[in-house]
Design a binder for this molecule. Sequence first.
Ligand SMILES: Cc1cc2nc3c(=O)[nH]c(=O)nc-3n(C[C@H](O)[C@H](O)[C@H](O)COP(=O)(O)OP(=O)(O)OC[C@H]3O[C@@H](n4cnc5c(N)ncnc54)[C@H](O)[C@@H]3O)c2cc1C
Length: 436
Amino acid sequence: MWSNWSGYVSSPNATVSTPASFPELASLLRQAARGNKAVRVVGAGHSFSPLLQTDGLILSLDKMQGVAEIDRATGTARVRAGTRLSAIGSALAAEGLAMENLGDINVQSIAGATSTGTHGTGILLGNVATQIASMKFMTAEGTEVQASPGENPDLFEGGRIGLGALGVITEIGLKVVPAFRLKLERGKMNFDECLARAASLAKRHRSFELFWLPHTDSVLTKVWNVTEEPITPTGLKRYVTEDLLENFLFGLICRLSKWAPSSCPSLSRLCAAFISPGQHVEASHLMLSTVRRVRFNEAEWSVPAERGADALREIRAFIERKSFPLMFPLEYRWVRGDNIWLSPNYGRDSVHISVHQYRGMPYEQYFDGVQAICLNHGGRPHWGKVHSLAAKDLAGIYPRWDDFLALRERMDPKGRFLTPYLRSLFGLHSARNQPG
Ligand SMILES: Cc1cc2nc3c(=O)[nH]c(=O)nc-3n(C[C@H](O)[C@H](O)[C@H](O)COP(=O)(O)OP(=O)(O)OC[C@H]3O[C@@H](n4cnc5c(N)ncnc54)[C@H](O)[C@@H]3O)c2cc1C
Protein backbone atom coordinates (compact mmCIF):
# COMPACT_ATOMS: atom_id res chain seq x y z
CA MET A 1 0.00 0.00 0.00
CA TRP A 2 1.37 3.41 -0.94
CA SER A 3 1.61 6.02 1.84
CA ASN A 4 3.46 9.29 2.28
CA TRP A 5 6.43 10.01 4.56
CA SER A 6 4.31 11.06 7.54
CA GLY A 7 1.98 8.07 7.08
CA TYR A 8 -1.13 10.30 7.00
CA VAL A 9 -1.86 10.10 3.27
CA SER A 10 -2.37 6.67 1.82
CA SER A 11 -3.73 5.15 -1.37
CA PRO A 12 -4.62 1.56 -0.49
CA ASN A 13 -6.41 0.90 -3.79
CA ALA A 14 -3.85 2.42 -6.14
CA THR A 15 -1.66 0.43 -8.51
CA VAL A 16 2.01 1.49 -8.36
CA SER A 17 4.12 1.11 -11.51
CA THR A 18 7.78 1.93 -12.02
CA PRO A 19 8.60 2.34 -15.73
CA ALA A 20 12.26 2.12 -16.74
CA SER A 21 12.08 3.85 -20.13
CA PHE A 22 10.13 6.50 -22.05
CA PRO A 23 8.32 3.91 -24.26
CA GLU A 24 7.28 1.98 -21.14
CA LEU A 25 6.07 5.20 -19.50
CA ALA A 26 4.06 6.14 -22.62
CA SER A 27 2.54 2.66 -22.77
CA LEU A 28 1.50 2.81 -19.07
CA LEU A 29 -0.14 6.19 -19.66
CA ARG A 30 -2.13 4.87 -22.63
CA GLN A 31 -3.14 1.78 -20.65
CA ALA A 32 -4.38 3.98 -17.78
CA ALA A 33 -6.38 6.08 -20.25
CA ARG A 34 -8.03 2.97 -21.71
CA GLY A 35 -8.92 1.79 -18.18
CA ASN A 36 -10.16 5.30 -17.25
CA LYS A 37 -7.70 5.44 -14.34
CA ALA A 38 -6.38 8.67 -12.86
CA VAL A 39 -2.59 9.01 -13.02
CA ARG A 40 -0.45 10.58 -10.32
CA VAL A 41 3.33 10.73 -10.51
CA VAL A 42 5.12 10.25 -7.21
CA GLY A 43 8.60 11.48 -6.33
CA ALA A 44 9.84 10.54 -2.85
CA GLY A 45 6.34 10.83 -1.30
CA HIS A 46 7.46 13.57 1.10
CA SER A 47 4.42 15.82 0.64
CA PHE A 48 2.01 16.14 3.55
CA SER A 49 -0.97 17.25 1.42
CA PRO A 50 -3.04 14.55 -0.36
CA LEU A 51 -1.52 15.22 -3.79
CA LEU A 52 -0.89 11.49 -4.26
CA GLN A 53 -4.19 10.19 -2.88
CA THR A 54 -5.82 8.14 -5.63
CA ASP A 55 -7.52 4.87 -6.48
CA GLY A 56 -5.85 5.02 -9.90
CA LEU A 57 -2.27 4.58 -11.07
CA ILE A 58 0.73 5.94 -9.15
CA LEU A 59 3.75 6.21 -11.42
CA SER A 60 7.17 6.23 -9.80
CA LEU A 61 10.14 7.38 -11.87
CA ASP A 62 12.61 5.73 -9.49
CA LYS A 63 14.07 3.74 -12.39
CA MET A 64 14.47 6.92 -14.46
CA GLN A 65 17.12 8.72 -12.44
CA GLY A 66 20.50 10.31 -13.05
CA VAL A 67 22.25 13.40 -14.38
CA ALA A 68 22.14 12.79 -18.15
CA GLU A 69 24.37 15.65 -19.33
CA ILE A 70 26.21 18.72 -18.08
CA ASP A 71 26.54 21.69 -20.43
CA ARG A 72 29.22 24.03 -19.07
CA ALA A 73 28.67 26.56 -21.86
CA THR A 74 25.07 27.23 -20.78
CA GLY A 75 25.67 26.41 -17.08
CA THR A 76 22.96 23.75 -17.04
CA ALA A 77 22.61 20.08 -16.16
CA ARG A 78 20.00 17.82 -17.80
CA VAL A 79 18.55 15.73 -14.99
CA ARG A 80 16.04 12.85 -15.15
CA ALA A 81 12.90 13.78 -13.23
CA GLY A 82 13.01 11.01 -10.61
CA THR A 83 16.58 11.84 -9.51
CA ARG A 84 16.93 12.53 -5.80
CA LEU A 85 18.40 15.89 -4.78
CA SER A 86 21.18 14.08 -2.89
CA ALA A 87 22.26 12.26 -6.07
CA ILE A 88 22.21 15.52 -8.06
CA GLY A 89 24.35 17.14 -5.35
CA SER A 90 27.05 14.48 -5.47
CA ALA A 91 27.05 14.18 -9.29
CA LEU A 92 27.44 17.96 -9.63
CA ALA A 93 30.10 18.14 -6.88
CA ALA A 94 32.18 15.58 -8.78
CA GLU A 95 32.20 18.09 -11.67
CA GLY A 96 32.97 21.11 -9.47
CA LEU A 97 29.35 22.32 -9.68
CA ALA A 98 26.37 22.77 -7.36
CA MET A 99 22.72 23.79 -7.16
CA GLU A 100 22.30 27.38 -6.01
CA ASN A 101 20.21 26.48 -2.96
CA LEU A 102 18.28 23.60 -1.38
CA GLY A 103 15.68 23.04 1.32
CA ASP A 104 16.20 21.46 4.69
CA ILE A 105 16.56 17.87 3.39
CA ASN A 106 17.86 16.36 0.16
CA VAL A 107 15.92 13.14 -0.26
CA GLN A 108 13.15 14.49 -2.52
CA SER A 109 13.06 13.90 -6.27
CA ILE A 110 13.89 16.96 -8.36
CA ALA A 111 10.47 16.94 -10.11
CA GLY A 112 8.61 16.42 -6.81
CA ALA A 113 10.54 19.20 -5.09
CA THR A 114 10.00 21.72 -7.87
CA SER A 115 6.35 20.78 -8.49
CA THR A 116 5.28 21.96 -5.00
CA GLY A 117 7.56 25.02 -4.72
CA THR A 118 10.08 23.50 -2.30
CA HIS A 119 12.54 26.12 -1.03
CA GLY A 120 15.36 26.81 1.37
CA THR A 121 16.11 30.18 2.94
CA GLY A 122 17.75 33.37 1.67
CA ILE A 123 16.24 36.74 0.78
CA LEU A 124 18.14 36.69 -2.53
CA LEU A 125 17.47 33.00 -3.24
CA GLY A 126 14.37 31.76 -5.05
CA ASN A 127 12.64 28.43 -4.52
CA VAL A 128 14.10 25.35 -6.24
CA ALA A 129 11.73 25.71 -9.23
CA THR A 130 13.43 29.02 -10.08
CA GLN A 131 16.58 26.98 -10.83
CA ILE A 132 14.81 25.32 -13.79
CA ALA A 133 16.09 26.38 -17.22
CA SER A 134 13.96 23.97 -19.26
CA MET A 135 11.76 20.94 -18.81
CA LYS A 136 10.22 18.09 -20.72
CA PHE A 137 6.69 16.78 -20.15
CA MET A 138 4.92 13.66 -21.36
CA THR A 139 1.17 14.09 -21.84
CA ALA A 140 -1.50 11.48 -21.08
CA GLU A 141 -1.34 10.45 -24.75
CA GLY A 142 2.40 9.78 -24.49
CA THR A 143 3.43 12.89 -26.46
CA GLU A 144 6.54 14.82 -25.41
CA VAL A 145 6.33 18.61 -24.92
CA GLN A 146 9.34 20.86 -24.21
CA ALA A 147 9.15 24.03 -22.15
CA SER A 148 11.71 26.81 -21.76
CA PRO A 149 11.66 30.62 -22.00
CA GLY A 150 12.01 30.22 -25.78
CA GLU A 151 9.77 27.19 -26.37
CA ASN A 152 6.19 27.07 -25.03
CA PRO A 153 7.01 29.96 -22.65
CA ASP A 154 3.59 29.82 -20.98
CA LEU A 155 4.13 26.16 -20.08
CA PHE A 156 7.54 27.17 -18.71
CA GLU A 157 6.06 29.99 -16.60
CA GLY A 158 3.13 27.95 -15.34
CA GLY A 159 4.60 24.45 -15.40
CA ARG A 160 7.54 24.77 -13.05
CA ILE A 161 5.15 24.45 -10.10
CA GLY A 162 2.37 22.26 -11.50
CA LEU A 163 1.41 19.79 -8.72
CA GLY A 164 1.68 16.93 -11.19
CA ALA A 165 -1.48 18.17 -12.94
CA LEU A 166 0.01 19.06 -16.32
CA GLY A 167 1.57 15.73 -17.30
CA VAL A 168 4.60 13.66 -16.37
CA ILE A 169 7.80 15.69 -16.09
CA THR A 170 10.45 13.43 -17.54
CA GLU A 171 13.49 15.72 -17.54
CA ILE A 172 14.57 19.01 -16.04
CA GLY A 173 17.33 21.30 -17.29
CA LEU A 174 18.78 22.80 -14.10
CA LYS A 175 20.82 25.99 -13.86
CA VAL A 176 24.00 25.15 -11.98
CA VAL A 177 26.72 27.25 -10.31
CA PRO A 178 30.39 26.62 -9.44
CA ALA A 179 30.71 24.46 -6.31
CA PHE A 180 30.95 26.43 -3.06
CA ARG A 181 31.34 25.87 0.66
CA LEU A 182 29.04 27.25 3.33
CA LYS A 183 29.84 28.17 6.90
CA LEU A 184 26.96 27.63 9.31
CA GLU A 185 26.85 29.62 12.55
CA ARG A 186 24.28 28.62 15.14
CA GLY A 187 23.22 31.00 17.89
CA LYS A 188 20.58 31.62 20.53
CA MET A 189 18.46 34.76 21.07
CA ASN A 190 15.29 35.67 22.82
CA PHE A 191 12.10 35.97 20.79
CA ASP A 192 11.59 39.75 20.73
CA GLU A 193 15.25 40.56 20.12
CA CYS A 194 15.38 38.02 17.32
CA LEU A 195 12.26 39.31 15.54
CA ALA A 196 13.48 42.90 15.89
CA ARG A 197 16.78 41.95 14.19
CA ALA A 198 15.48 39.29 11.78
CA ALA A 199 15.03 41.46 8.67
CA SER A 200 18.52 42.97 8.98
CA LEU A 201 20.10 39.55 9.62
CA ALA A 202 18.33 38.22 6.52
CA LYS A 203 19.84 41.07 4.47
CA ARG A 204 23.32 40.71 5.96
CA HIS A 205 23.76 36.95 5.42
CA ARG A 206 23.37 34.70 2.38
CA SER A 207 20.87 32.65 4.35
CA PHE A 208 19.24 33.16 7.71
CA GLU A 209 16.67 31.04 9.47
CA LEU A 210 15.16 31.05 12.93
CA PHE A 211 13.41 28.41 15.02
CA TRP A 212 11.23 29.50 17.93
CA LEU A 213 10.68 26.85 20.61
CA PRO A 214 7.05 27.00 21.77
CA HIS A 215 6.39 27.42 25.51
CA THR A 216 9.75 29.25 25.81
CA ASP A 217 11.26 32.63 24.93
CA SER A 218 14.18 30.97 23.13
CA VAL A 219 15.05 31.07 19.46
CA LEU A 220 17.69 29.02 17.66
CA THR A 221 19.25 31.06 14.85
CA LYS A 222 21.22 29.75 11.89
CA VAL A 223 23.16 31.84 9.38
CA TRP A 224 25.06 30.49 6.38
CA ASN A 225 27.64 32.33 4.28
CA VAL A 226 29.91 31.31 1.44
CA THR A 227 33.44 30.71 2.71
CA GLU A 228 36.88 29.63 1.54
CA GLU A 229 37.61 28.09 4.96
CA PRO A 230 38.42 24.37 5.00
CA ILE A 231 35.68 21.80 5.58
CA THR A 232 35.24 20.96 9.26
CA PRO A 233 36.00 17.30 9.99
CA THR A 234 32.83 15.40 10.96
CA GLY A 235 33.72 15.14 14.63
CA LEU A 236 31.93 13.87 17.68
CA LYS A 237 30.46 17.33 18.45
CA ARG A 238 28.62 17.48 15.11
CA TYR A 239 27.35 13.93 15.49
CA VAL A 240 26.07 14.78 18.97
CA THR A 241 24.28 17.95 17.75
CA GLU A 242 22.85 16.70 14.47
CA ASP A 243 22.02 13.08 15.13
CA LEU A 244 21.99 12.37 18.82
CA LEU A 245 20.23 15.58 19.96
CA GLU A 246 18.11 16.54 16.91
CA ASN A 247 16.96 13.01 16.09
CA PHE A 248 17.47 10.40 18.81
CA LEU A 249 16.98 12.50 21.94
CA PHE A 250 14.35 14.72 20.31
CA GLY A 251 12.48 11.57 19.18
CA LEU A 252 12.44 10.26 22.75
CA ILE A 253 11.22 13.62 24.06
CA CYS A 254 8.43 13.68 21.44
CA ARG A 255 7.29 10.20 22.46
CA LEU A 256 7.22 11.31 26.06
CA SER A 257 5.20 14.42 25.14
CA LYS A 258 2.65 12.28 23.29
CA TRP A 259 2.23 10.07 26.33
CA ALA A 260 2.03 13.08 28.71
CA PRO A 261 1.04 16.20 26.72
CA SER A 262 1.02 18.38 29.85
CA SER A 263 4.81 17.89 30.05
CA CYS A 264 5.38 19.78 26.77
CA PRO A 265 6.25 23.17 28.34
CA SER A 266 8.92 21.67 30.63
CA LEU A 267 10.26 19.41 27.87
CA SER A 268 10.44 22.38 25.51
CA ARG A 269 12.37 24.37 28.11
CA LEU A 270 14.72 21.39 28.43
CA CYS A 271 15.29 21.46 24.65
CA ALA A 272 15.95 25.21 24.80
CA ALA A 273 18.65 24.58 27.40
CA PHE A 274 20.49 22.42 24.86
CA ILE A 275 20.76 25.23 22.27
CA SER A 276 24.39 26.25 22.16
CA PRO A 277 26.39 28.35 19.71
CA GLY A 278 28.41 26.41 17.18
CA GLN A 279 29.80 26.59 13.68
CA HIS A 280 31.08 24.37 10.92
CA VAL A 281 32.00 24.47 7.25
CA GLU A 282 30.76 22.01 4.64
CA ALA A 283 30.26 21.69 0.88
CA SER A 284 26.93 23.37 0.06
CA HIS A 285 25.10 20.22 -1.02
CA LEU A 286 26.05 18.39 2.19
CA MET A 287 25.45 21.39 4.44
CA LEU A 288 21.84 21.70 3.25
CA SER A 289 20.85 18.09 3.93
CA THR A 290 19.59 17.69 7.46
CA VAL A 291 18.53 14.20 8.50
CA ARG A 292 14.95 14.14 9.79
CA ARG A 293 14.17 10.84 11.50
CA VAL A 294 11.39 12.04 13.81
CA ARG A 295 8.11 11.90 11.83
CA PHE A 296 5.61 14.78 11.96
CA ASN A 297 2.87 16.61 10.10
CA GLU A 298 3.46 20.11 8.84
CA ALA A 299 1.70 23.22 7.55
CA GLU A 300 3.58 26.10 6.00
CA TRP A 301 2.56 29.59 4.89
CA SER A 302 4.29 32.16 2.75
CA VAL A 303 3.49 35.74 3.76
CA PRO A 304 4.87 38.97 2.27
CA ALA A 305 8.32 39.45 3.86
CA GLU A 306 7.32 42.64 5.66
CA ARG A 307 4.33 40.90 7.34
CA GLY A 308 6.31 37.90 8.64
CA ALA A 309 7.26 39.22 12.09
CA ASP A 310 3.69 40.33 12.92
CA ALA A 311 2.31 36.99 11.73
CA LEU A 312 4.76 35.08 13.94
CA ARG A 313 3.96 37.25 16.97
CA GLU A 314 0.24 36.54 16.47
CA ILE A 315 0.91 32.82 16.10
CA ARG A 316 2.88 32.83 19.34
CA ALA A 317 0.02 34.59 21.15
CA PHE A 318 -2.47 32.09 19.66
CA ILE A 319 -0.39 29.10 20.81
CA GLU A 320 -0.07 30.53 24.31
CA ARG A 321 -3.79 31.30 24.51
CA LYS A 322 -4.74 27.77 23.48
CA SER A 323 -1.95 25.97 25.39
CA PHE A 324 -1.44 23.47 22.55
CA PRO A 325 0.95 20.68 23.54
CA LEU A 326 3.82 21.33 21.11
CA MET A 327 7.39 20.14 20.94
CA PHE A 328 8.44 21.12 17.41
CA PRO A 329 10.01 24.55 16.91
CA LEU A 330 8.31 26.94 14.47
CA GLU A 331 10.52 27.58 11.46
CA TYR A 332 10.89 31.01 9.80
CA ARG A 333 12.66 31.37 6.43
CA TRP A 334 13.03 33.81 3.55
CA VAL A 335 12.41 33.22 -0.17
CA ARG A 336 12.97 35.63 -3.05
CA GLY A 337 9.97 36.59 -5.22
CA ASP A 338 9.53 35.01 -8.67
CA ASN A 339 7.19 34.86 -11.68
CA ILE A 340 6.00 31.23 -11.53
CA TRP A 341 2.20 31.23 -11.68
CA LEU A 342 1.47 28.92 -8.73
CA SER A 343 4.50 29.92 -6.70
CA PRO A 344 3.73 31.00 -3.12
CA ASN A 345 6.46 33.58 -3.87
CA TYR A 346 4.82 34.92 -7.03
CA GLY A 347 5.51 38.64 -7.32
CA ARG A 348 6.83 39.15 -3.81
CA ASP A 349 9.74 38.39 -1.49
CA SER A 350 8.32 36.20 1.25
CA VAL A 351 8.80 34.86 4.71
CA HIS A 352 7.73 31.22 5.18
CA ILE A 353 6.40 30.14 8.56
CA SER A 354 6.24 26.38 9.17
CA VAL A 355 4.42 24.69 12.02
CA HIS A 356 4.76 21.01 12.92
CA GLN A 357 3.12 18.46 15.14
CA TYR A 358 4.53 15.08 16.17
CA ARG A 359 2.97 12.16 14.32
CA GLY A 360 -0.01 10.75 16.19
CA MET A 361 -0.79 14.00 18.06
CA PRO A 362 -3.76 16.19 17.03
CA TYR A 363 -2.83 19.07 14.75
CA GLU A 364 -6.09 20.22 13.15
CA GLN A 365 -7.03 23.11 15.51
CA TYR A 366 -3.43 24.30 15.63
CA PHE A 367 -2.93 24.27 11.86
CA ASP A 368 -6.39 25.83 11.24
CA GLY A 369 -5.60 28.70 13.59
CA VAL A 370 -2.22 29.34 11.98
CA GLN A 371 -3.89 29.22 8.55
CA ALA A 372 -6.41 31.90 9.59
CA ILE A 373 -3.66 34.17 10.96
CA CYS A 374 -1.47 33.76 7.87
CA LEU A 375 -4.39 34.33 5.47
CA ASN A 376 -5.00 37.64 7.25
CA HIS A 377 -1.42 38.57 6.46
CA GLY A 378 -1.73 37.73 2.75
CA GLY A 379 -0.61 34.11 3.21
CA ARG A 380 -0.33 31.50 0.50
CA PRO A 381 0.01 27.78 1.36
CA HIS A 382 2.98 25.56 0.60
CA TRP A 383 1.47 23.07 -1.88
CA GLY A 384 3.19 20.09 -0.31
CA LYS A 385 1.96 20.80 3.22
CA VAL A 386 -1.32 20.66 5.14
CA HIS A 387 -3.94 23.34 4.36
CA SER A 388 -7.67 23.36 3.83
CA LEU A 389 -8.05 25.85 0.98
CA ALA A 390 -10.02 25.08 -2.17
CA ALA A 391 -10.48 26.81 -5.53
CA LYS A 392 -12.60 29.74 -4.33
CA ASP A 393 -9.96 30.75 -1.76
CA LEU A 394 -6.98 30.08 -4.01
CA ALA A 395 -8.28 32.10 -6.95
CA GLY A 396 -8.10 35.25 -4.85
CA ILE A 397 -4.53 34.81 -3.67
CA TYR A 398 -2.79 33.58 -6.83
CA PRO A 399 -2.88 36.37 -9.46
CA ARG A 400 -2.24 33.90 -12.32
CA TRP A 401 -4.74 31.27 -11.07
CA ASP A 402 -7.00 31.44 -14.15
CA ASP A 403 -3.99 31.23 -16.47
CA PHE A 404 -2.87 28.07 -14.69
CA LEU A 405 -6.36 26.54 -14.98
CA ALA A 406 -6.41 27.28 -18.72
CA LEU A 407 -2.94 25.76 -19.11
CA ARG A 408 -4.04 22.64 -17.22
CA GLU A 409 -7.10 22.29 -19.47
CA ARG A 410 -4.90 22.59 -22.55
CA MET A 411 -2.27 20.11 -21.34
CA ASP A 412 -4.73 17.54 -19.96
CA PRO A 413 -8.18 18.16 -21.50
CA LYS A 414 -9.50 14.75 -20.43
CA GLY A 415 -8.41 15.25 -16.81
CA ARG A 416 -6.26 12.12 -16.67
CA PHE A 417 -3.96 13.64 -14.02
CA LEU A 418 -6.85 14.76 -11.80
CA THR A 419 -8.14 13.20 -8.60
CA PRO A 420 -11.04 14.27 -6.37
CA TYR A 421 -8.56 16.31 -4.27
CA LEU A 422 -7.13 18.12 -7.27
CA ARG A 423 -10.62 18.71 -8.66
CA SER A 424 -11.60 20.45 -5.41
CA LEU A 425 -8.35 22.41 -5.50
CA PHE A 426 -9.03 23.58 -9.06
CA GLY A 427 -12.81 23.98 -8.67
CA LEU A 428 -13.63 21.35 -11.27
CA HIS A 429 -16.79 19.31 -10.90
CA SER A 430 -16.56 15.55 -11.17
CA ALA A 431 -18.47 14.12 -14.09
CA ARG A 432 -19.66 10.50 -14.03
CA ASN A 433 -17.04 8.02 -15.19
CA GLN A 434 -14.19 10.38 -14.50
CA PRO A 435 -10.98 8.88 -13.14
CA GLY A 436 -10.54 9.07 -9.34
C1 LIG B 1 11.11 15.82 6.46
C2 LIG B 1 10.65 16.80 5.42
C3 LIG B 1 11.36 17.97 5.23
C4 LIG B 1 10.95 18.89 4.26
N1 LIG B 1 11.66 20.04 4.12
C5 LIG B 1 11.25 20.98 3.23
C6 LIG B 1 11.95 22.21 3.07
O1 LIG B 1 12.99 22.43 3.68
N2 LIG B 1 11.44 23.13 2.20
C7 LIG B 1 10.28 22.92 1.52
O2 LIG B 1 9.84 23.80 0.79
N3 LIG B 1 9.61 21.75 1.62
C8 LIG B 1 10.07 20.78 2.45
N4 LIG B 1 9.39 19.59 2.54
C9 LIG B 1 8.28 19.35 1.62
C10 LIG B 1 8.78 18.60 0.35
O3 LIG B 1 9.97 19.19 -0.14
C11 LIG B 1 7.72 18.69 -0.76
O4 LIG B 1 6.51 18.18 -0.32
C12 LIG B 1 8.19 17.99 -2.03
O5 LIG B 1 7.19 18.12 -3.00
C13 LIG B 1 8.48 16.50 -1.81
O6 LIG B 1 9.17 15.98 -2.94
P1 LIG B 1 8.87 14.49 -3.38
O7 LIG B 1 9.88 14.09 -4.38
O8 LIG B 1 8.70 13.64 -2.20
O9 LIG B 1 7.48 14.70 -4.14
P2 LIG B 1 6.09 13.98 -3.87
O10 LIG B 1 5.59 14.36 -2.53
O11 LIG B 1 6.20 12.55 -4.19
O12 LIG B 1 5.19 14.71 -4.99
C14 LIG B 1 4.91 16.08 -4.88
C15 LIG B 1 4.15 16.54 -6.13
O13 LIG B 1 5.01 16.50 -7.25
C16 LIG B 1 4.40 15.77 -8.29
N5 LIG B 1 5.43 15.08 -9.04
C17 LIG B 1 6.44 14.32 -8.58
N6 LIG B 1 7.18 13.85 -9.62
C18 LIG B 1 6.62 14.31 -10.74
C19 LIG B 1 6.90 14.17 -12.12
N7 LIG B 1 7.95 13.46 -12.55
N8 LIG B 1 6.09 14.77 -13.01
C20 LIG B 1 5.04 15.51 -12.60
N9 LIG B 1 4.73 15.67 -11.32
C21 LIG B 1 5.50 15.10 -10.39
C22 LIG B 1 3.45 14.83 -7.59
O14 LIG B 1 2.42 14.38 -8.46
C23 LIG B 1 2.94 15.69 -6.47
O15 LIG B 1 1.90 16.50 -6.92
C24 LIG B 1 9.79 18.63 3.46
C25 LIG B 1 9.08 17.44 3.66
C26 LIG B 1 9.51 16.52 4.62
C27 LIG B 1 8.74 15.26 4.82
